[in-house]
Design a protein. Structure first.
Length: 563
C-alpha cells in the first residue's frame, strides 16, 4: 500500500512539475494553511503543555482542581446541548411549516427566520437587557416587576436559541425541500394517518439533517463568546469567557491556552462526527419524477397551530430588533424616552474610526478569502497532487475551531519576531481570510462537481494552457458560487467578535468590539446605534452583491440565486 501511494505521489509530482505556476500556487497555499491555521493551534497546545518550557500537566491539574472552571466546562456543555435541542426544535417547526403547508406570508416568515444571521451574535443579549433588565420595557414599564434575574442560565439560553435557530432552519429547510412530498401522499393514500406518516416517513428521512443541525448548533454555541460575555454573569461561568478573562484579565497565557484546548476538543470531535454522519447517512428521494403534492400531510387545525407558533417566534424576533432600533433613538433607555439622534452622532464622531476600520478590514479580507476559496476548491476537485487531502482538511479546519481558540492562537503565534504582527492590520486580515475561507471552498466545490470536466478538457485540447482554461472557462462558471461565498464571508467578517477581540488595538478597532465595550460601560443607546448601523451596512452590501449578480447572471444552473 505504501509503495502504491509513493508511486502515485511521484507520478502526480511529475505532472504538476510540468506546470510551474500550478506548483507554486500549491506550495504557497500549503505553506499558508500550515502557518495561519495549524501553527496557531500548535502554539495553543504547546503553551498549555509547556508552561515553563518543560512538558507538564500542572496547568491542566490547576484547571480541573478549580470548581469554578469545572463548572464553566459543564455549563458550556449543558448550554450547547440545550441550545441544540431547542434551537433545532424551533428551526424544524419553521422549516416544516414553510415546506409542508400552504400558510400565508411564507416569504415574511422566511425573511424573519434568517435576519439573526446577518446581525451581530449578541444583539439578542442586548435586547434582552433592554426588554427584561432592571429598567426593561417589559419587566419594568409593562409588568412593574423588580429584581428580575435575566443574567445567567435562563437569559443566556433564550439569547442562544434566538441567535442560532436560523442555522437549523436553513439546514432543515433544504432537507425537507429535497424530500419528495409524493412519498407522503402515497403513504396517506395507503391508509396511514397524518401523524403516522409524519413519524414513519417524513421524520426518518429528515433525521440525518436534524442530527447534522444539532451538531452544528452544539459547536456554534460552545464557541460563542458574545452572548455569554454579556449575559452569563459570574454566577453562570462559560468556558469561552473564562479563557478570554484568563488572557486579558489575569495575563495567564498557559491557563488561557489550557481552557482554549479544553474547548477545542469537543468542537473538533463534533465537527468530524457531523462530517462522518453526513457522508454516511444519505437518503435519495429525488428520482426525476414529478414531485407535486397536495400538501395533505398537515390538517387544517395543525396548519394554523404551526402558523401561530411561527407567528409568535417571528413577533419575538421583531420585538428584539424593534427594541434595538428604539434604544438607539431614545435619550436614555428606561428612564428618558425623548427621541434623539445623539447616539448616532456619537457613533459618527467618536466611534466613526471603528466603523471605518470594520469596513476596511471586511472589504479587503472578504474578496481575498473568496478567491482563495475558489482556488482551493478548484485544486481539490480538479487536480491530483500529493497532500491534496491534507489541503482539503486543513483548509476546512478553521470552521471547527472556536473563535476564542483562534484568537488566543494568533496572539501566541504572532507576538514575537520574526512574525510580530500583534496590533497590526495584517493580523486582523489574516484572521478573517483563513477563518472564513471554508465558505468559498464549500461553494466552489459544490458548483464544480456539477460542471462536467470535459468542458475544461475540450479547452485544453484546443490549445489553451491550464492558466487560460481556469481564467476563461472554469472561473466564469464559478462566479455565482464566488459571490455567494462573498456574501457570507462579508457578513461573518462584519459580525465577528470571539477571535478578533484578542487582536484589536488602538490602531485598528471593530464595531462589534465597540458594541461590547458600550454594553459593558452601560451605554446601551450607543451600543444599539452601532448595532443598527452595522445591520444596515450588511443589508446594503447583500443588496448590492445580489443586484450585481442577478443583473449579470440571472438564473444559473436552473437555480435562482438568493441569500
Amino acid at each position: 500500500m505504501d509503495e502504491t501511494w509513493g508511486r502515485r505521489s511521484l507520478r502526480q509530482l511529475k505532472q504538476i512539475a510540468n506546470d510551474p505556476l500550478l506548483l507554486i500556487v500549491i506550495l504557497v497555499i500549503l505553506a499558508s494553511l500550515i502557518l495561519f491555521i495549524l501553527y496557531p493551534l500548535v502554539k495553543v497546545i504547546t503553551t498549555s503543555f509547556l508552561p515553563e518550557g518543560k512538558f507538564s500537566f500542572s496547568v491542566f491539574k490547576e484547571v480541573f482542581s478549580s470548581w469554578y472552571l469545572r463548572r464553566a466546562f459543564f455549563n458550556s456543555i449543558m448550554m450547547g446541548t440545550l441550545t441544540a435541542l431547542f434551537g433545532v426544535g424551533v428551526g424544524f417547526i419553521f422549516a416544516f411549516t414553510l415546506a409542508r403547508t400552504d400558510i400565508p406570508f411564507k416569504k415574511f416568515f422566511h425573511l424573519i427566520a434568517i435576519i439573526p444571521i446577518i446581525s451581530p451574535p449578541f444583539i439578542g443579549a442586548l435586547s434582552i437587557i433592554m426588554l427584561f433588565g432592571n429598567n426593561g420595557f417589559i419587566s419594568d414599564h409593562l409588568l412593574h416587576l423588580q429584581n428580575i434575574k435575566i443574567y445567567g442560565f435562563k437569559g443566556l439560553l433564550f439569547a442562544q436559541i434566538v441567535t442560532f435557530f436560523p442555522v437549523a432552519y436553513i439546514t432543515l429547510r433544504g432537507v425537507l425541500d429535497s424530500i419528495s412530498p409524493t412519498l407522503e401522499d402515497a403513504a396517506l393514500d395507503l391508509g396511514g394517518t397524518r401523524f403516522k406518516v409524519f413519524r414513519r416517513v417524513t421524520l426518518p428521512l429528515a433525521v440525518p439533517g436534524i442530527a447534522s443541525a444539532m451538531l452544528i448548533l452544539f459547536v456554534e454555541t460552545l464557541a460563542d463568546f458574545g452572548n455569554p460575555l454579556i449575559l452569563a454573569g459570574s454566577q453562570f461561568p462559560i468556558l469561552s469567557v473564562q479563557a478570554y478573562l484568563q488572557i486579558t484579565g489575569m495575563y495567564d497565557l498557559p491557563k488561557g491556552s489550557a481552557l482554549a484546548l479544553i474547548l477545542l476538543v469537543p468542537s473538533i470531535s463534533i465537527f468530524f462526527l457531523q462530517k462522518y454522519l453526513v457522508s454516511k447517512k444519505k437518503y435519495v428521494t429525488i428520482t426525476g419524477k414529478p414531485t407535486s403534492s397536495t400538501l395533505k400531510l398537515v390538517s387544517p387545525m395543525v396548519k394554523w397551530i404551526l402558523f401561530a407558533v411561527c407567528l409568535f417566534f417571528s413577533l419575538t424576533i421583531i420585538l428584539i430588533y424593534a427594541s434595538i432600533l428604539w434604544g438607539s433613538l431614545v435619550k436614555v433607555w428606561g428612564s428618558n424616552n425623548t427621541l434623539t439622534f445623539y447616539h448616532f452622532k456619537y457613533v459618527f464622531s467618536v466611534g466613526f474610526g471603528a466603523v471605518k476600520d470594520t469596513l476596511i478590514i471586511a472589504g479587503i479580507s472578504t474578496p481575498i478569502a473568496g478567491v482563495l476559496g475558489m482556488v482551493i476548491a478548484f485544486l481539490v476537485v480538479r487536480k491530483e497532487f500529493p497532500l491534496k487531502h491534507f489541503m482539503e482538511v486543513s483548509s476546512m479546519l478553521s470552521f471547527a475551531v472556536p473563535g476564542t481558540v483562534i484568537g488566543i492562537g494568533y496572539i501566541l503565534a504572532f507576538n514575537s519576531h520574526p512574525l510580530l504582527l500583534t496590533g497590526t492590520l495584517l493580523i486582523l486580515l489574516l484572521n478573517f481570510i483563513f477563518r472564513y475561507v471554508p465558505v468559498g471552498i464549500q461553494s466552489g466545490v459544490a458548483i464544480l462537481r456539477q460542471v462536467d470536466p470535459s468542458i475544461e478538457e475540450a479547452a485544453i485540447d484546443l490549445g489553451a494552457d491550464a492558466r487560460s482554461t481556469f481564467r476563461r472557462v472554469t472561473l466564469p462558471l464559478m462566479v455565482p458560487a464566488f459571490f455567494s461565498g462573498l456574501i457570507y464571508s462579508f457578513v461573518r467578517a462584519m459580525t465577528a467578535i470571539s477571535a478578533v477581540i484578542f487582536l484589536v488595538s488602538s490602531n485598528w478597532n471593530l464595531m462589534t468590539v465597540q458594541i461590547m465595550s458600550q454594553v459593558e460601560s452601560g451605554r446601551l443607546g450607543a451600543a444599539a446605534a452601532f448595532s443598527v448601523i452595522l445591520v444596515l451596512i450588511i443589508l446594503a452590501a447583500i443588496i448590492i452583491i445580489r443586484s450585481i449578480l442577478t443583473l449579470k447572471y440571472g438564473r444559473f444552473g436552473g437555480t435562482t440565486l438568493k441569500f
